[in-house]
Ligand binder design. Sequence first.
Ligand code: KG4
Ligand code: ZN
Length: 350
Amino acid sequence: MKKKAVTILSIESSCDETSAAVIRDGHQVLSCVVASQIPIHQRYGGVVPEIAARAHVEQIGTVIETALKESFPNHNYYESLTHFIDYIAVTHGPGLIGSLLVGVNAAKTISRIYSKPILPINHILGHVYSNFLNNPEYPFPFITLVASGGHTDLILSKHHGDHALIAATRDDAAGEAFDKAAQLLNLSYPGGPSISKQALLGDKNKFKFPRGLNKSESLDFSFSGLKTSLLQLINDQIIMGVDIPSITNDLAASYQNSIIDSLVTKTIAAAKIYDVKNVFIAGGVSANKALREEFALQAKQNNLNFYAPNLEYCTDNAAMIGAAAFGSVLLSHTHNCYDVNVTRDPSLTL
Ligand code: KG4
Ligand code: ZN
């Protein structure tokens, strides 16, 4: 007999995207609605936590309702939740406390009213599982580089219940390095897309930027020295009378190249140390085209299989939370809604 499909309503509100999705069997995206706050935070050059939380409060109801409507157009909210949703999944950390609370409380309320089990999901594991949306294979063991605005982590996954953090940034995250450079170069927020756009027009070998911890045996990352060296370079060029806008393309290309080099080198080293053949990238920075190309090239040269998520699932979204939650279902892990709370440092177990 064919197994009944598992349908999950997932909610993500850990930072500045309010998102809800309906995911079937961990891979099929019935809907994924993302209300981005980028225009709201752009004028500040970064996410303002209090404003983010308030924007989530305004958006969350509509976003969940729209996700259900797109998945089950002939049914109302009550019918969709009662008859078609098996579980509610929600990001419970890490992230901004005020932002997380909005999604967690919405999920707990739905779970209680509709008597659906709730699955609390680690946001970083959500990024790991973004690679399995529209892709039914889990080629365990694998290593995922999760590079976002808040994290730069290497995670070794042996099976659904076994994900281990093997390296992390010691200071700034890779996305943060992009965002801070964009501020220094007067480019728009978020910095990743604006730096990569300028980089297309520049020479990546024009300026030499440091590669954090590249001489160290450690697999950890470091990006704070890179940002400082950009600041120093800009100041030196200004003293020499150079017009910064005239070299912004070269600065962006060289700076981006340093980040890419660190990310690719450490990830490939990790694959060798842990004897793993499959390498994934995820998180907002994994949308970077030059990074994806360099990874593909170096993975091939090192006989590794390289995978990257669809572009729409690189930055924060609820579909990836539903994909990870399916791992919890496979492990038969569910929770009572009263047990689920925002967690500063959630475990990587599903
Ligand atoms: O995963 P994400 O949406 O949110 C967090 O969990 O932090 O990642 C956002 C980060 C931002 O720092 C942004 O600058 C970066 O991802 N980002 C990129 C690109 N698109 C977004 N970085 C490099 N290249 C991109 N194309
Ligand atoms: Zn994220």
